[in-house]
Design a protein around this ligand. Structure first.
Ligand code: ARG
Length: 482
């Protein structure tokens, strides 16, 4: 146990240093990189109009720019809570949002547009009534459709909605006009209706606590505009995104199509690397979370059983009960978001570490109850016998009760670890590029749901099978030791 603890501490220490050593001050920009030409993942980096403008300004102000990719509905919250300095994500200026953040001068005029299939009976906004409409969650397209047309189907990003439209799950998608142009250029068979739904303006969002940064940004933005650089950045990215980059499925046979699909989803542009990197992050989070869960679980279980059987440790027992109730009573995603946005709201902390803590603390509650079950399954006579042999309470616990309890609960513990591994798939909510998110990134680039999802599923399955195998081995060994 002590060994595990030391290991854990050193790892946490290692993870938490390494930040904050650079000379230039850091400027954290958040975005949702599924929105070409404004922002999109390209190889290892996030590129597009917004990153390019912000990078220019950051350079001018002497900042080192760090770009974080997250869900669009979190970017405003991220600057508002101080987690990030600036949100640059094709954000439309709205009265609602103005209450939460400061907007810079607008840099683009935009609109909401409608995408449909070529042969769709929908020809204008008036035809949308009663139709299945897809939007990106939390966008002005979402607000507009909800208010004026009907309840839309909300997707994590535009490309996922477009993919749903292509497969006939939707009748139309409402998104911003320029991204719509890029989406349809990559997906033959789709068209953008000529008549836009709204007229809007994009600006960058900065936290209300940072009026100085806001003023500096406006000053630099003004300079970029006067020098004509702003226009040329925008033109450049529109041009490179209007070229049709995806190869279409032209081949006839199923085998050829599959081969082509494998090529596009995994090989082209080294896309498999999103899965490899994501896989490593998933493993890292799960491994350390299991360790934290075990440490917390053992501690809580021992405290609770001791309190139950001896009537001591009343306060500690009470605290443990509160912990169990809160953790088991709320979803792990919500806990993850609270830990990231609220508890570590204003601290600059590695996101992997946040996930490790969140999943570790969560798992601890389940492990605690599993182990407590194990402890109470051990006959009372064992404790009495060992105490009458002269061992103290804690010694009996440690040498007689816990080892037996552990063995009894090993299958349930194994189950908990498997659940934990799969639960880490919600890490994408705090913009961690774990395995599931890796698949999402590929999907948003290739508009193909099938292969990326199957690949992700197969990888999880393989890890779970490997874990079950190892647990089996451990169980057998413990049996032999009996
Ligand atoms: N302009 C819309 C809004 O502000 C959509 C922006 C979506 N941006 C993105 N990077 N996905 O709500």
């Amino acid at each position: 146990m002590r060994y595990i603890y030391t290991l854990l501490c050193s790892v946490l220490l290692l993870l938490s240093c390494g930040c904050g050593k650079e000379k230039k001050p850091r400027l954290v920009m958040v975005t949702n990189a599924t929105f070409p030409p404004y922002e999109y993942v390209s190889g290892d980096t996030i590129d597009g109009i917004d990153p390019a403008i912000v990078r220019k300004i950051a350079d001018a102000l002497g900042y080192e720019l760090e770009i974080q990719d997250m869900s669009f509905d979190s970017v405003i919250a991220a600057v508002q809570s101080g987690k990030a300095d600036i949100a640059a994500s094709g954000i439309t200026v709205t009265e609602e949002r103005k209450k939460q953040v400061l907007f810079t001068h607008a840099y683009v005029i935009a609109e909401q547009a409608i995408i449909v299939k070529n042969d769709s009976p929908i020809k204008a906004a008036a035809d949308l009534k009663g139709k299945r409409i897809g939007v990106q969650h939390g966008t002005t397209g979402d607000t507009f459709v909800t208010k004026n047309i009907c309840e839309p189907e909300r997707f994590a990003n535009g490309p996922l909605a477009v993919a749903a439209l292509k497969t006939g799950k939707l009748d139309a998608v409402v998104v911003d006009g320029e991204p719509a142009d890029v989406y349809i250029s990559q997906n033959p068979g789709l068209v953008k209706l000529p008549e836009p739904l709204t007229s809007e303006e994009y600006a960058f969002a900065i936290g209300k606590h940072a009026p100085e940064l806001h003023a500096l940004f406006n000053r630099e933005l003004y300079k970029l505009r006067s020098s004509g650089e702003l226009t040329s950045i925008i033109r450049h990215y529109k041009e490179i995104n209007s070229a049709d980059k995806t190869k279409k499925y032209q081949s006839a046979s199923f085998r050829d199509r599959l081969q082509e699909s494998i090529y596009i989803n995994f090989i082209k542009d080294g896309r498999y690397r999103y899965l490899v990197r994501g896989f490593l992050i998933t493993l890292q989070i799960s491994f350390f979370a299991v360790l934290i869960g075990l440490v917390i679980g053992f501690g809580v279980a021992v405290i609770r059983s001791t309190a139950d059987s001896t009537g001591k440790l009343k306060i500690a027992d009470f605290l443990c009960r509160v912990y169990l109730t809160v953790i088991r009573g709320t979803p792990v995603v919500v806990q993850l978001l609270i830990i990231y946005f609220v508890i570590f709201g204003s601290v600059n902390i590695d996101k992997v570490l946040v996930a490790i803590i969140a999943f570790g603390v969560n798992s601890g509650a389940y492990v605690a109850e599993i182990i407590r079950g194990g402890i109470s399954s051990i006959d009372k006579g064992q404790l009495e016998a060992s105490r009458s042999l002269g061992l103290g309470y804690w010694q009996s616990m440690r040498y007689i009760i816990l080892p037996q309890a552990f063995k009894n609960v090993l299958p349930s513990l194994g189950n908990e670890f498997i659940v934990l591994l799969k639960e880490t798939s919600v890490s994408g909510y705090i913009a961690l590029a774990d395995l599931t998110k890796g698949g999402d990134i590929i999907r948003s680039q290739t508009y193909d749901a099938f292969l990326p999802l199957i690949a992700v599923a197969v990888i999880y399955l393989a890890v779970v099978m490997f874990m079950s195998y190892m647990l089996d081995l451990l169980e057998k060994r413990l049996k032999r030791n009996e």
